[in-house]
Write a protein that binds this ligand. Sequence first.
Ligand code: ADP
Length: 223
Amino acid sequence: MRREFTANVSHELKTPLHTIAGCAELLENGMVRPEDTARFYSQIRGEAGRMIALVEDIIRLSHLDEGAEGMKRECVDLYDLTAETVKLLSREAESAGVSVSIEGENAVVYGIPQLLESIIYNLTDNAIKYNRQGGTVKVSVEPLSDGVRLSVADTGIGIPPEHRERIFERFYRVDKSRSKELGGTGLGLSIVKHAARLHNAKIELQSTEGKGTTITVVFPEQK
Ligand code: ADP
């Protein structure tokens, strides 16, 4: 598995690097018309951004692979954390024409704040990315008698049944070009799965093609 991961990482990094090198070479040799230079610079920046996102996700995953060493558990109000995390995505939601709302009430989980944030961030980010213009995302936090339920529901493209098991695998994407166009790394849900496991939380997925997807994470009661 480790060997396969290394091969995938190398491949994913090679593509943007080739684009950057190619653009830079053309600019260096004066082979770009002045009216086109802005487009080349912005492509270089975009590809570099993609590499940064990828490297950050890889660092996060390898930290998780090592058992999230050094990360402290504490009481975290999932509702407050959701409100803060959703704010970070407001610009993205706005430019995608998607409105995001939060429902529910305060509910405390004893866990690792950075990982809980990663779960909320990645699920909400996907719900915005794989949505449609004018669509909605509802993030809800509900205390249960024996735990806390977090769910992220979108009105997006949905996930065909044959892909549902596999989207939690590293680098697995239903539509590779759409994911890349939207700046996806293909690692978000594997981070969610790993982080949920470290909290003994269960993930459930419901999806209807063309209608939307709801991903629910149930955190057990902490004793
Ligand atoms: P990515 O960076 O590609 O979004 P993820 O690991 O977060 O990687 O998700 C893996 C794949 O699962 C995505 O490429 C997409 O095809 C699919 N996916 C994830 N969330 C959703 C969603 N809410 N609606 C539709 N498809 C989704």
